[in-house]
Design a protein around this ligand. Structure first.
Ligand code: GAL
Length: 386
């Protein structure tokens, strides 16, 4: 594998970052890691533009970096919003980005990483599929003189120089708080609820759960009557919820960790004509999720504008490629395995209900053409979609 003096100098930066950016941890982190099988999305890359140099912003000088997204099934974000936002920022910061999707396969992610490293990348940014495979990829990158960075999901034990995500405990807290305000349960004295969590091998799922449990476990009159992982995918979540509802027809709220799984819950409720009578949560502001919110079958989703994640991430990898130290303002997250403080950049999530359902569409995050079709043309107009 390739080693160069420049990369080793960049690795020196890694040490500098970990020494200078330690500070208060904003997330209490625990460990986990996942995998799911699916067809992979086509690779994409972006030719560098000189706009960064011209604007005086950070200039990646056309250096090569690799970005590997996890899958194409757990959330539409990995197929549309994130690749698009990453590509746009690679042009803005004048980086030659090789952006690929591992299609849910950890071994494919390792193969892609090795190919990228052989092509001479300076920085490798990944969304891991599970802690073990992600850590192996990041350790190998470091051994090859490539700086590893965690995007969206922390890789416990990976040793990334930087972690860029949303504040995922805050995501969970926002899910919990917003669920208690849904019309089906607000002001109810007694509420039976169930939880369908994300994949236990995704460190974010652990943080989301930490967040919503910290709210719901203290909500007066709320009793949890079921909890299980939905592995992020619709079939699993559908089977899990069907069993839960079969055991207790009195469920009034479903704390489900993302829109993909919420869709399966709503399908099951529709089969029993209970849709709209049960408060259902979500995350990712997917087209399906926004349609369910307009129908009144989903109470909310959590909108995580990819610009708020992709822009600081790509700017930071451009700085790392230049041997510079990204400014994380002393924010760190504790790696649950190594207990090391990882310099972090954490964005703030937004709750989207019927009242502001147009926002992700008008922000050009969720494609209008995938939401405002058929009966939703009128609903989008009524909701204020431009
Ligand atoms: C999480 C991510 C969520 C959602 C989920 C399913 O790690 O933070 O936004 O996409 O994966 O893929």
């Amino acid at each position: 594998m390739r080693k160069t003096s420049v990369s080793l100098a960049a690795l020196g930066v890694v040490a500098a970052i970990s020494l200078t950016a330690c500070g208060s941890s904003s997330n209490d982190n625990k460990s986990s890691g996942s995998s799911s099988k699916s067809p992979s999305a086509p690779a994409s890359s972006s030719a560098p533009a000189s706009s960064a140099a011209a604007s005086g912003a950070v200039d990646g000088k056309g250096q090569k970096v690799g970005i590997i997204l996890p899958d194409t099934t757990s959330s539409p974000r990995w197929v549309t919003a994130d690749p698009q936002a990453l590509k746009a920022n690679c042009q803005k910061f004048n980086l030659s980005c090789n952006i690929q999707n591992a299609g849910g396969s950890a071994s494919k992610m390792q193969t892609i990483a090795r190919q990228m490293e052989s092509s001479g990348i300076k920085v490798l940014m990944i969304v891991d599929l599970d802690a073990a495979s992600g850590a192996k990829i990041e350790q190998e990158a470091k051994n090859n003189g490539v700086i590893p960075v965690d995007y969206d999901r922390l890789t416990p034990g990976g040793g990334a120089a930087l972690y860029v995500s949303f504040d995922n405990v805050k995501v969970g807290q926002l899910q919990g708080k917003t669920l208690t305000q849904c019309p089906q349960v607000k002001n109810q004295k007694k509420v039976k609820y169930v939880e369908i969590d994300g994949a236990p091998t995704d460190n974010n799922a652990t943080l989301f759960k930490q967040g919503y449990d910290s709210v719901l476990s203290k909500q007066p009159g709320w009793t949890k009557v079921g909890e299980q992982t939905g592995q992020w995918d619709a079939p699993t979540a559908g089977r899990v919820f069907n069993t839960m509802l079969g055991k207790d027809h009195d469920i009034k709220a479903v704390m489900v960790a993302n829109d993909t799984m919420a869709g399966a819950v709503i399908t099951d409720l529709q089969r029993q004509s209970l849709n709209g009578q049960v408060a259902v949560s979500g995350q990712d502001a997917s087209a399906e999720g926004l349609q369910h919110i307009m129908d009144g079958d989903q109470c909310f989703t959590i909108y995580k504008p990819s610009t708020a994640e992709a822009e600081p991430a790509v700017k930071a990898i451009a700085q790392l490629a230049n041997g510079q130290v990204p400014d994380t303002h002393g924010v760190t997250i504790t790696d649950p395995q190594t207990k090391k403080k990882v310099p972090s950049i954490l964005a703030t999530p937004v709750a989207v209900t019927k009242a502001n359902v147009a926002k992700p569409i008008n922000d050009k995050y969720t494609p209008k053409k995938s939401v405002c079709t058929g009966k939703y043309v009128a609903k989008c107009k009524a909701a204020g979609v431009k």
